[in-house]
Design a protein around this ligand. Structure first.
Ligand code: OAD
Length: 230
């Protein structure tokens, strides 16, 4: 089976009711992104950061996967699919995708603020100020913040190099190193970009832009892939 690799971003969850980042004019649910998604923000006001992610976690749990997530999960019948996502929700998994790499962490996990290898499943619970890891330090969301290393990027780059088909969906391609994954795609590989606006991707003859929402756009791509490659 051909390797189909998908790079997804906030736009794929938009039709599930979860807001994207950059569509909101630089504010994320009313907050400056650096206030709630950076080590500096955490140092300045950890309670605000915890509450912000507790709200995001509740919203993600209440949201349902949409047809875009489902179409990608169903492509596993015909392709070897790996989804590399920048999203911290788990709507891909809930739609049935079996191989999902989370570049920016997961809302469903907490981690130690002194030892990033200490990770704890939250099972839907909030993180409270005063909740401690086994080393006695405050728990924080297991989310990669601006200015932090992206531990999964190497794994994602190796997966991307093996892609026979590459899909980019619902990401502005504005955040690095995630956006640099496109440079690891072999130059003969067909690339489909599904997004109602135009993400920051250099044009090349192998790229097909589908200026549509994830739900309908991915349906179009799936049909074409089955016709062309199966
Ligand atoms: P952005 O908010 O930067 O981009 C969302 C993209 O989704 C835009 O290109 C929109 O045009 C597109 N979009 C909107 N509605 C859509 C729909 N219904 N179907 C398809 N596409 C749609 O989000 P990301 O690129 O994911 O990082 O942002 C990357 C990272 O920046 C995030 O992972 C997050 C953020 O700060 C962290 O939290 C570390």
């Amino acid at each position: 089976m051909l390797n189909l690799v998908v790079l997804s971003g906030a736009g794929i969850s938009a039709e599930s009711g979860l807001k994207t980042f950059r569509d909101a004019g630089g504010l994320w649910e009313g907050h400056d992104v650096m206030q709630v998604a950076s080590p500096e923000g955490w140092a300045a006001n950890p309670q605000l950061v915890l509450e912000f992610y507790n709200q995001r976690r509740r919203a993600a749990l209440e949201a349902m996967p949409n047809l875009g997530h489902t179409v990608l999960a169903q492509l596993e019948e015909d392709f070897e699919v790996t989804v590399i996502t920048q999203n911290v929700d788990e709507l891909h998994e809930r739609a049935g995708s079996s191989k999902v790499v989370h570049l920016h962490g997961k809302l469903s996990e907490a981690r130690s603020s002194v030892d990033e290898s200490l990770i704890y499943p939250l099972e839907g619970k909030d993180i409270q100020w005063g909740d401690l890891c086994d080393k006695g330090s405050q728990l924080r969301p297991n989310i990669v913040w601006f200015g932090e290393m992206v531990p999964m990027i190497e794994v994602a780059a190796r997966i991307t190099e093996k892609a026979d088909i590459f899909i980019v969906v619902g990401t502005s391609m504005a955040v690095y190193p995630a956006a640099s994954l496109i440079d690891f795609v072999r130059h003969d590989v067909p690339v489909y970009v599904v997004d109602p606006s135009t993400p920051m991707i250099r044009h090349n003859p192998n790229i097909t832009f589908i200026r549509d929402k994830a739900t309908t756009g991915l349906k179009t791509v799936a049909k074409e892939l089955r016709e062309k490659f199966h």
